[in-house]
Design a protein around this ligand. Structure first.
Ligand SMILES: Nc1nc2c(ncn2[C@@H]2O[C@H](COP(=O)(O)OP(=O)(O)O)[C@@H](O)[C@H]2O)c(=O)[nH]1
Ligand SMILES: [Mg+2]
Length: 233
């Protein structure tokens, strides 16, 4: 039986984390032929994030690497023991009921499944964020030759070796780009399935359009420069 690790990075998410974990605990029994562990990566939260995670039965991992979603995810991936890694946000924007479809799509030579908000829609998008996402996804396609509608979405499912076979360096949100590039380098097929993003249900958004948009773009250039053909690094 395959094991699935669900990794949720969470910094000061006491308002929304209970909703995510409640839904997840309802979805997990419906998943067929897999065992599941849930890992919440806390990051010096000053609120009840860690204790809430424990109260729902999740394992709490402390991110010791430094600030940022990328650092948090890398800490969580290192602690994960599953064959399949799932990453989703703690702000209730990703729907656990979509998880079966994302997991189903990870078959044959598919190594990474991305939930696409371009197909499923987003309540979180402002015009600026929507435009930025289109621009950055196009830039990823131009730099790597693999055109995806929503490579930046934080709802992803991938095979363990997409993480373990590489030395990750992303500190913040740009880890989204690094994961996709490494899946391509493994020679895996990358597919997208429809995903509908809800608006953050409470708490405070951590991403900033200009700062993180710039980091995304630099990372896209860097990954394109390194090349994404199998065995190119
Ligand atoms: N542990 C940890 N989680 C973070 C950090 N920065 C962002 N996150 C988490 O990453 C997820 C996405 O962040 P969010 O503010 O919703 O940005 P969005 O991607 O623009 O929607 C949330 O679950 C955040 O709590 C961080 O520095 N540490
Ligand atoms: Mg969010």
């Amino acid at each position: 039986m395959k094991k699935v690790s669900v990794i949720i990075p969470a910094r000061n998410e006491e308002v929304t984390l209970p909703m995510v974990l409640k839904d997840l605990n309802e979805t997990i029994p419906k998943l067929k032929d897999v065992s599941v562990e849930v890992i919440c990566v806390d990051d010096n939260s000053t609120d009840a994030t860690a204790s809430i995670a424990r109260s729902f039965g999740a394992t709490v991992v402390k991110n010791q690497k430094g600030p940022g979603k990328g650092m948090a995810l890398r800490s969580g991936f290192e602690a994960a023991t599953g064959d399949i890694l799932v990453m989703m946000d703690a702000d209730y924007s990703h729907r656990t009921e979509e998880l079966p479809a994302l997991l189903d799509a990870l078959k044959d030579d598919v190594g990474l499944v991305i939930g696409s908000r371009v197909v499923g829609g987003s309540e979180e998008y402002t015009h600026v964020r929507a435009l930025g996402n289109v621009f950055l996804s196009a830039a990823f396609g131009l730099c790597t030759g693999r055109y995806l509608s929503d490579c930046l979405n934080g709802y992803k499912v991938f095979r363990r070796d997409v993480f373990t076979d590489f030395e990750y360096t992303s500190a913040a949100f740009e880890i989204e780009v690094e994961i996709v590039a490494n899946a391509l380098r493994k020679g895996y097929r990358v597919v997208e399935v429809s995903s509908h993003e809800r608006e953050r249900a409470g708490g405070e958004m951590k991403s900033r359009v200009v700062r993180h948009g710039t980091r995304f773009l630099l990372r896209i250039f860097w990954e394109g420069y390194k090349g994404v053909k199998p065995n190119s690094t």
